[in-house]
Design a protein around this ligand. Structure first.
Ligand code: NAD
Length: 249
């Protein structure tokens, strides 16, 4: 059954070929949503949208740039008349240790992961509020919960923990207007980046720490995003949902 029939969804950072945003966009499209894929490069975003089918759109948007975010979201609202779902998926990470974090590293990681989530949410909230419905799904990380992951530095953990705080505060403030806000905390997910950086030994070591014995897939995360974006989760707000194969048990 189509869980998102007639919905308009915006997903940031969704052009990355094997990324979590792209898998989410594909699943949303299969469930009847029309999807706007936003990413840094216009051609990449358009190509990713076209790969989903003719009704979807791809646009360039830098989530750290308030003017860029406002322009794009306003264009989408005037084209579609509404935005039902926002997935704040754009994110970057840097595998640094605490003493290696230079001011520019801190700025870059906090800006994309945390500031971007704020800016994109602020751009859609007035439209969602006025229609008394909306769903925002934020990508946090297991790194926020355990103070570190495989690739993320402390600044990444801080940014993703910030995303959890922002999620809960937005959920509280927007609940009276029937706008739900939740976060997904993926564990170790096999993507191009994670796959490329790992030695076979390192991969075995990681798998040993996952009770389910395998890395997650982008589709595992997309399924959770679909739940949080659909009416199946009608009474769920302010939650952080772990998608990590039991890594925190
Ligand atoms: P990815 O690198 O494949 O995709 C991220 C996308 O964000 C890229 O297409 C990139 O161009 C885009 N992007 C970067 N900066 C941007 C900006 N300023 N404005 C707009 N777009 C920008 O990453 P992924 O593995 O698919 O991760 C997606 C999200 O999930 C991220 O927030 C990441 O931190 C989070 N996450 C991933 C994992 C994992 O194991 N892959 C685990 C936990 C959390």
């Amino acid at each position: 059954t189509a869980l998102l029939e007639g919905n308009f969804a915006v997903i940031t950072g969704a052009a990355s070929r094997r990324g979590l945003g792209k898998a989410t966009a594909r699943l949303f499209a299969e469930h009847g949503a029309t999807v706007a894929i936003l990413d840094l490069d216009e051609a990449d975003a358009r190509e990713a949208a076209a790969s989903l089918g003719p009704r979807h759109v791809g646009m360039a948007c830098n989530v750290t740039d308030l003017a860029s975010v406002r322009t794009v979201m306003d264009a989408l609202v005037s084209q579609w008349g509404r935005i039902d779902i926002l997935v704040n998926n754009a994110g970057i990470t840097q595998p640094l240790k605490i003493m290696e974090i230079a001011p520019e590293n801190y700025d870059a990681v906090l800006d994309v992961n945390l500031r971007g989530t704020l800016y994109c949410s602020q751009a859609v909230i007035p439209h969602m509020r006025s229609r008394k419905q909306g769903k925002i799904v934020n990508l946090s990380s297991v790194s926020a919960q355990r103070g570190g992951g495989i690739f993320g530095g402390p600044h990444y953990s801080a940014a993703k923990a910030g995303v959890l705080g922002l999620t809960k505060a937005m959920a509280r403030e927007l609940a009276p207007d029937n706008v739900r806000v939740n976060a997904i905390c993926p564990g170790f997910i096999a993507t191009d980046i994670t796959g490329g950086l790992l030695t076979p030994e390192k991969l075995e070591e990681i798998k040993a720490g996952i009770p389910m014995g395998r890395p997650g897939t982008a589709d595992d995360v997309a399924g959770c995003a679909l739940f949080l974006a659909s009416d199946l989760s009608a009474y769920v707000t302010g939650s952080e949902v772990d998608v990590n194969g039991g890594s925190l048990i």
